[in-house]
Design a protein around this ligand. Sequence first.
Ligand code: NDP
Length: 330
Amino acid sequence: MRLASRPSGWPTPENFELAEVRLPAPAEGEILVRNLFMSVDPYMRGRMNEGKSYTPPFRVGEPLDGAALGEVVVSRAPGLAPGDTVTHRYGWREYAVLDAKEARRVEEIPGVPLSAYLGALGMTGLTAYVGLLDIARFKDGEAVFVSGAAGAVGSMAGQIARLKGASRVVGSAGSPEKVTHLVRDLGFDAAFNYRDGEIHEQLARAAPGGIDVYFDNVGGEHLEAAIDELRTYGRVAMCGSISSYNATEPVPGPRNIGLVVGKRLTLRGFIVSDHPARLPDMIAEVGAWLREGKIAFTETVVDGLENAPKAFIDMLHGANTGKMLVRLAQ
Ligand code: NDP
């Protein structure tokens, strides 16, 4: 799947183009992988724009890329054999030839689908884990608010907070079904639909004693509401600001930013790829919770590479619960 053109505002299917190409046979040290799943992620919207970001932009006329999970079909590299399952960064295609050093072999955890390595046990899980524990420095007994809480990262952040002893976990999401899912399936103490009314009022009702940590996936009005409700010495993990990813003009910042001083707040941004050393810790801890059934993980799966652009655009609109994935082969 190639980038056909750069979007202005919301992306459309016309920004994407499906192409069929002949792959070279793998050279020494390379593998041929048949992709089973690929990930669509909010950060890809930024890569569709021209200009510098923390990841290089996609190039018009060139294939897109992103996280994928597949089966090794041919290996010319020691340590990997046909039949092995690997994760790598050549998504948005059905087959990939790549340097074996770019692939990571993953082991099946009984009862957990391999696709979890693109979600709960992959970048998504690591983002939630690092954001909550290392960036926001969450401590046992604190009250946590998570926005985008029914999405991939948010659903993990809220559950990790619960399992690590949060006094209260509050989430916000964009539909009544998602709000029910947060409380019933994921064990959030309270949740609200941000489309239902003023976010600040809803947050104050859901967290009457205030919050210590805000895990920000959304930015905008959510961030402003959280700054109002944070207690002294509160911390914010600035993970993403999806409410502005399709804006065509710069969006205004929180009007109450002055409160950061008096309340001694810390607002700290982070990028998950800076924290690879925490991956084994996250996989050990979250993997054990998954095995023991203590953590729920949800996926929304769309079939076929031809439907990947729609899956991506639908994810930006909130069609997913949990991790949005595209299945490329059975
Ligand atoms: P999600 O699975 O959460 O999917 C995106 C969700 O965003 C949608 O389901 C939708 O849910 C919500 N959304 C869309 N528009 C708005 C809006 N205007 N206001 C509130 N919510 C909105 O994606 P991820 O879990 O992959 O990513 C979540 C966030 O984390 C993003 O901001 C992303 O950029 C960031 N991120 C940051 C990383 C880092 O290293 N810092 C790494 C990975 C992700 P709803 O129905 O609730 O509106």
